[in-house]
Design a protein around this ligand. Structure first.
Ligand code: TMP
Ligand code: ASP
Length: 236
């Protein structure tokens, strides 16, 4: 599939116009950033792994009734996705305390939450993706109340599906970030990626971190961790 025009370049991916009106091509890079882009680096092979991991999980979610933007993987780093307008809300789903929730609450990382927590961030790099609540979202007209309820409903369902699936692979799903998009006919579907960049994955037996926290916190063996997630998902 020929890439016609670079439409958008983010920190980890590029989006290209292609020769069809209903779809884009996403290209996954090895670039890694953290802390609003202040920390920069490369995770060799990350683009390939995140492309394969995302597509594997999107296919799983589709099979369980979650509409996603996935159409077809066309190479190691490239996937055709449905054209959507990305809703500028990052949805964070948390099962176990880690990262910024540990900082905000003082609860130690690893504390199990007795109820799944949903958080919203306003997707705006210049503002540093600040946390917002449902009132802000409706006041800013980012989506309607019905759309937000739909997004929350999908997010909880996605959490259940992924948690169950990963448990069998000895991966504990600590937390993750989702983005949704709107199609031309107004449907809300899951977009962006689901990968070790956007999820916290801990080995169920050892507690070892198998995600981007290895890069954020300079823990070493970053590539090994990403490869391990892919290996477990692909069943070899
Ligand atoms: P946090 O604990 O730093 O708020 O992160 C929560 C989850 O969201 C974690 O799985 C990592 C993911 N995440 C992103 O995908 N992109 C981001 O920009 C940030 C800050 C977190
Ligand atoms: N990718 C994000 C950034 O550079 C943050 C993160 O994933 O930690 O801001």
């Amino acid at each position: 599939m020929e890439k016609l025009e670079l439409l958008y370049e983010g920190k980890a991916k590029q989006v290209y116009k292609i020769n069809r009106d209903d779809a884009y091509l996403v290209y996954y890079k090895d670039d890694a950033t953290a802390f609003d882009g202040k920390k920069k680096g490369t995770i060799i092979g990350k683009g390939v792994i995140n492309n394969l991991v995302t597509n594997h999980l999107m296919k799983l979610l589709e099979s369980k009734g979650i509409p996603t933007h996935f159409i077809e993987q066309v190479s190691d780093r490239e996937t055709i996705v449905k054209k959507v307008k990305i809703i500028p809300i990052e949805v964070i789903v948390r099962n176990i305390v880690a990262g910024s929730l540990s900082k905000r609450t003082g609860l130690p990382e690893g504390t199990r939450l007795n109820k799944t927590v949903l958080e919203y961030c306003y997707k705006d790099d210049a503002l540093g993706d600040p946390m917002i609540n449902e009132y802000h979202i409706l006041a800013l007209d980012l989506v309607t109340k019905e759309e937000l309820d739909q997004i929350a409903d999908y997010s909880f369902k996605i959490n259940e599906i992924l948690t169950d699936y990963l448990k069998d692979l000895n991966i504990e799903l600590i937390d993750f970030k989702l983005e949704f998009g709107k199609t031309e006919d107004g449907k809300i579907i899951l977009a962006d990626e689901i990968s070790p960049d956007t999820c916290r994955f801990w080995d169920s037996k050892t507690g070892e971190k198998l995600d981007k926290d290895r890069f954020r916190r300079d823990l070493g063996n970053v590539e090994d961790a990403y490869n391990e997630v892919l290996r477990r998902l692909m069943g070899n």
